[in-house]
Design a protein around this ligand. Structure first.
Ligand code: ADP
Length: 640
């Protein structure tokens, strides 16, 4: 098992599999199951009706026709046999025989054609629902808060909802439809057969009940297995990506992680296989026993009827119809039960989609507009505290500082001090647990998100490498405005100083980048240059730069350093950096330690204070004596 291999992932996570879902709601099974399933089926039907009512109605009509068809066919068949038997004794009675033959021909034709109609309607319904629901799930995910999406426990909910939601719902509807069709068939055949052999009414229900119970339990087990498997399936996808992905390949090769990944991957897949095997076996054994019981019951009655015919208390027509109809009845009952249990299984999956689409994150969308700002924004933090959901230690506590319009503020601190988190809070990506953040005097949580987005530019430390053209990689910074304005994108590239990079690309800004679809793969530093240009694309009044030069070569970094003021223009800037060359030129420096503001002030003030900052600075100077010139923001060195 994974545990024995010292496997940290799935085995440990496996312990959580029987606990309630991370949003605190119990799993669908634990909720009142039968009513829940009924409600889910109704929810699904209503949704399908709203999306493609015509297809649902058509499917319903065909369902009824196909439901009564076998019983009608059996009745016509009985008439035909009796007419033939009668004609043997009295030839003038043969006149009705062709009528019944034509009727049988028509019925057989209807049965054949409606089968294809039904299949067409099923496929169309599936396509429509898949297109609708997959989009609905992705759209809904885009409306949820970042903390919700980042919560590993909730990934499972999203993954479950994402796996072919439309196919699941179409599957549920199809199975319900088959159940009803087969139910109508069984009931009408039963009605026909009861006239011939009344015991049918008792024997068939009695022998069907154990089969129904068995299939029901099997469906529940199949679902439980799939449900519990989601996290492990995610691990297995991760291992396979790690072993095969182009970005990961170099490191996994050097570390020779292949065999280890393969072992973990195989162990997961073999686990799935073994549990599936036990399910399939159970199905085989249970279904065989159930079929035996059904066949014994039904053909016991058949034998009884054969004796009745011999004794003259039943006709040959009776026996003929019983032969055909009883076989058909058995198949209908069998099919009805199987589809009902499959409908149950599908409804459990559809319940996941319903649950996900019903999730609301508590954040209320702000409505206030920011006052017009000509230059940079002002920013004020008052006693801000924040913890990530599910972590007991706050990442930030009691943070207060102020940034005047147009000022540059540097955030400094050790790894994990909370700099990025603070930057994300200021950009409105998370909301503080306590305290307030005021942008241009307006409480951030009240600001209309669209307004906020237009104001704030963010250059991320873990920036995006978008599979797309170089122009798109820049234009995404403000795509509503820029995507069909190549000249403007070019101007931004020039302003960001990345035209040398653009010139090296075979098709300039139109070059398709990235490893998955692209013609050209850039280096980490080149991607970061693009990210920088993307950040500058938006004319926001606050620009946040989270280690914007970490991947750049010294020359590129120096270029940025020289042009920083010009790049930022009169915007308010917040920069997270470990480079003292950059930090020192900030108007104000905030030193974060343990999620609190340890010190703040200008470079000179902080050096004079002889605290954390001064100590860090001295350490840096000892390590990098050659960088001496860069440390003085007033006198940038000459370029070699
Ligand atoms: P810094 O930018 O100063 O290096 P971060 O703000 O990135 O620090 O992280 C501060 C702390 O918050 C770290 O201990 C980190 O583990 C935690 N953290 C960061 N991002 C997340 C997240 N998305 N979910 C949970 N914890 C996080």
């Amino acid at each position: 098992t994974p545990d024995r291999q010292g496997h940290p992932g799935p085995a440990r996570l496996g312990n959580h599999l029987n606990q309630p879902t991370s949003n605190g709601r119990p799993r669908p099974r634990a909720a009142s199951p039968r009513r829940q399933r009924f409600a889910t089926a109704l929810w699904g039907l209503r949704l399908a009706w709203a999306e493609c009512g015509l297809l649902v109605a058509g499917s319903g009509a065909v369902m009824v026709v196909r439901g009564v068809l076998p019983a009608v066919l059996a009745l016509v068949l009985k008439e035909l046999v009796d007419a033939v038997v009668e004609a043997l004794a009295a030839p003038e009675a043969a006149a009705t025989v062709p009528v019944w033959l034509v009727a049988i021909f028509v019925l057989a034709l209807v049965e054949g054609i409606t089968w294809f109609q039904q299949r067409y309607l099923d496929l169309r319904l599936e396509d429509e629902l898949e297109a609708h629901l997959s989009v609905a799930v992705v759209h809904h995910a885009s409306t949820l808060s970042l903390t919700f999406l980042e919560d590993p426990g909730r990934r499972d909910l999203i993954d479950r909802a994402r796996s072919n939601p439309g196919q699941r719902l179409a599957g549920l509807i199809r199975q319900l439809r088959i159940t009803v069709t087969m139910g109508i068939q069984a009931a009408s055949l039963l009605a026909v057969l009861v006239v011939i052999e009344p015991w049918v009414a008792v024997v068939i229900p009695v022998v069907s009940i154990p089969f129904l119970g068995f299939q029901w339990r099997l469906a529940q087990r199949r679902y439980d297995e799939q449900h519990a498997r989601v996290t492990k399936a995610r691990w297995s996808r991760y291992y396979s990506d790690l072993a095969t992905g182009p970005y990961e390949a170099p490191e996994t090769r050097i570390l020779d992680l292949g065999p280890l990944l393969l072992r973990r991957y195989r162990s997961l897949l073999e686990g799935f296989r073994d549990r599936d095997k036990s399910l399939h076996r159970g199905d085989l054994v249970g279904s065989s026993v159930a079929t035996l019981v059904l066949v014994v019951g039904l053909y016991g009655l058949f034998a009884r009827l054969a004796f009745d015919v011999l004794q003259g208390s039943a006709t040959v027509g009776d026996l003929a119809i019983f032969t055909g109809a009883a076989g058909r009845l058995r198949a209908s009952v069998d099919q009805a039960i199987r589809s009902l249990s499959l409908a149950l299984e599908e409804s459990l999956f559809v319940a996941n989609v319903e649950e996900f689409l019903g999730t609301r994150t508590t954040e209320v969308r702000g409505q206030r507009r920011l006052p017009p700002s000509t230059g940079g924004s002002s920013l004020r933090l008052l006693d801000v505290s924040f913890s990530y959901p599910g972590r007991d230690r706050p990442v930030l506590s009691g943070i207060s500082f102020e940034v005047r319009p147009g000022e540059t503020t540097a955030l400094v601190g050790e790894n994990g001090a909370g700099k990025t988190t603070l930057a994300k809070l200021i950009a409105g990506l998370y909301r503080p647990d306590e305290g307030s953040i005021l942008l241009d005097g307006v409480e951030l949580r009240d600001v209309d998100p669209d307004d906020l987005r237009d104001r704030v530019s963010f250059i991320f430390q873990s920036f995006g490498r978008y599979e797309g053209t170089a122009a798109e990689n820049i234009g995404f910074g403000d795509w509503r405005r820029l995507l069909d304005r190549p000249d403007e994108i070019e101007a931004i590239a020039r302003r960001a100083g990345i035209d040398p990079l653009v010139r090296t690309l075979p098709e300039g800004l139109s070059t398709l980048l990235g490893r998955r679809f692209g013609q050209v793969t850039l280096s980490g530093g080149q991607w970061q240059q693009l990210a920088l240009a993307r950040g500058l694309a938006r004319n926001g009044s606050l620009i946040i730069l989270d280690e914007p030069t970490a991947n750049l070569d010294p020359r590129a970094e120096y270029e940025i350093f020289l042009r920083f003021k010009a790049l930022v223009a009169d915007r308010t800037a917040l920069i997270v950096s470990h480079r003292f060359s950059t930090i020192a030129m900030a108007d104000n420096i905030i030193v974060l330690a343990d999620g609190r503001v340890a010190e703040s002030g200008s470079h000179a003030e902080l050096l004079a204070r002889e605290g954390t900052y001064a100590a860090l600075y001295r350490l840096h100077r000892e390590q990098m004596p050659d960088e001496g010139q860069l440390r003085d923001p007033g006198q940038p060195p000459d370029r070699e």
